[in-house]
Design a protein around this ligand. Structure first.
Ligand SMILES: Cc1cc2nc3c(=O)[nH]c(=O)nc-3n(C[C@H](O)[C@H](O)[C@H](O)COP(=O)(O)OP(=O)(O)OC[C@H]3O[C@@H](n4cnc5c(N)ncnc54)[C@H](O)[C@@H]3O)c2cc1C
Length: 404
């Protein structure tokens, strides 16, 4: 058996990889288990046409976390797309947000998954002491008083003071730990693709609420190219996927009120079934969940990764504090601080997403009028708008050290 690790992270997605770096920077003896193959460390080849179909709206709080982890410069050196304005509308009511209203350079960045993955992976090379296990899964766990024995499918057994499940919405660690999870389908599939439009996006993120679901156009680095996230009931999403290109372009343009003129070209369409998940509890002795393993939300507010990074940064603060006070980093008492910290924030956003979905999913005419008038009123109320902008940028609430 190897030397006992301080922390073993399971899942090397954006949240798990970021937490791993944060732990290594703090000098924790850290391990990372990832089910997929180790990817070759090669820069993204931008001479090839097209964009990654997975792109994310990254908040200011996440930017600060990436800066603190030493990966932000490497992301910017590849390609990131800052957006300076946001427009949200249904029919006649609209809310507009502008970076100048809050004296900021931009409201956030749209970044491709492969750009973030490459920067995180490259930074991991600075920590040869990392114990990385790829194409590996955990088969079972054994609790001991001072450590957890983690049995791998390779037959190897690792011991750790704390195990972190960062293995996504279908978390195996959550299941092995016997942590229950409230799972409900949102009744939407999200269609994603890169889209070329006749009019330039002007560094503006746009979202239209339709009774069938929200449709977002996120601006990419080319002025006429955006990434869409179109949430639709599963049968309507499948029907869109079955259309030929000209018919799909026409349907998309119509759904978006031709805000960016004609849709000229589209990449392959990918569909993601959307589920609402919330784990209860977030922690057990020597086990903590972060990212989508603890909660998955509708992408309409583009907050999943952003919240996952705040989970990671908050958990880091809690265990650094425990270590400083010579307390056990895996003790339930320590981990419950993390749970208390994040649960309130998570419940707020889960409920807000439910509210948005239910409110805009109803096409009863008086309600449509009321919400469009509500949008106009919100648009004219600067303190409220500013608060909404601060929230979207991840700058509200009790922020962990890396995000401050
Ligand atoms: C269409 C769409 C658009 C979105 N847009 C945004 C956005 O704009 N902004 C935003 O913040 N969020 C967005 N999200 C949410 C975001 O995708 C998720 O919240 C985020 O990817 C979660 O990251 P994670 O690292 O927790 O999990 P994941 O990305 O799921 O990573 C989990 C990792 O664990 C590994 N793994 C899985 N099982 C095991 C196992 N048994 N053993 C070992 N490893 C395992 C996986 O291979 C993977 O590497 C969007 C989601 C969707 C569907």
């Amino acid at each position: 058996m190897n030397q006992t690790l301080d922390v073993l992270v399971v899942g090397g997605g954006l949240v798990g990889a970021s937490l791993t770096l944060a732990l290594l920077q703090q000098g924790f003896h850290t391990g990372l288990i990832e089910a997929k193959k180790a990817q070759p460390i090669e820069p993204v080849d931008f001479s090839r046409p097209g964009f990654d179909h997975r792109v994310f709206a990254i908040s200011r709080a996440s930017e600060r976390i990436f800066r603190a982890l030493g990966v932000w410069e490497a992301m910017c050196a590849q390609r990131v797309s800052p957006y300076q304005a946001m427009q949200v509308w249904e029919s006649f009511g609209e809310i507009g947000f502008d970076h100048q209203d809050i004296g900021q350079e931009n409201l956030g960045h749209i970044i491709e998954l492969q750009v973030m993955q490459y920067a995180l992976q490259q930074r991991q090379q600075d920590f040869p002491q990392l114990h990385g296990y790829f194409e590996t899964k955990v088969s079972h766990l054994q609790q001991h008083e001072d450590y957890l024995a983690v049995h791998l499918n390779t037959g190897e057994v690792l011991t750790t003071r704390l195990l972190v499940g960062a293995d996504g919405g279908d978390s195996q660690i959550r299941k092995l730990a016997g942590i229950s999870c409230d799972i409900q389908p949102y009744g939407h599939h999200a269609l994603v693709a890169s889209i070329e439009t006749a009019l330039p996006h002007q560094a503006t993120a746009r979202q239209r609420f339709l009774p069938s679901g929200p449709l977002a156009f996120l601006p990419l680095t080319q002025p006429h190219t955006s990434s869409i996230v179109w949430s639709l009931p599963p049968e309507q999403a499948a029907a869109m996927q079955a259309l030929d290109k000209p018919a799909f372009h026409q349907a998309l343009e119509q759904a978006f009120n031709s805000r960016l003129g004609s849709v000229l070209e589209s990449s392959e369409l990918f569909a993601f079934p959307l589920r609402r998940r919330h784990a209860k509890p977030y922690v057990k002795p020597r086990i903590a969940l972060v990212g989508d393993a603890v909660r998955s939300i509708h992408p309409l507010a583009g907050q999943g990764v952003n919240m996952g990074l705040l989970d990671a940064a908050s958990l880091l603060d809690v265990i650094v504090q425990a270590q400083t006070k010579h307390r056990d980093i895996g003790a339930l008492e320590t981990l419950q601080h993390y749970q208390r910290w994040r649960k309130g924030e998570n419940l707020k956003i889960l409920l807000a997403m439910d509210g948005f979905k239910n409110l805009f999913g109803n096409s009863w005419l008086p309600l449509r009028w009321a919400r469009n008038i509500g949008m106009r009123l919100t648009d004219a109320t600067y303190p409220l708008k500013n608060k909404l902008m601060q929230q979207a940028m991840g700058l509200e609430g009790d922020l962990p050290r890396l995000a401050r």
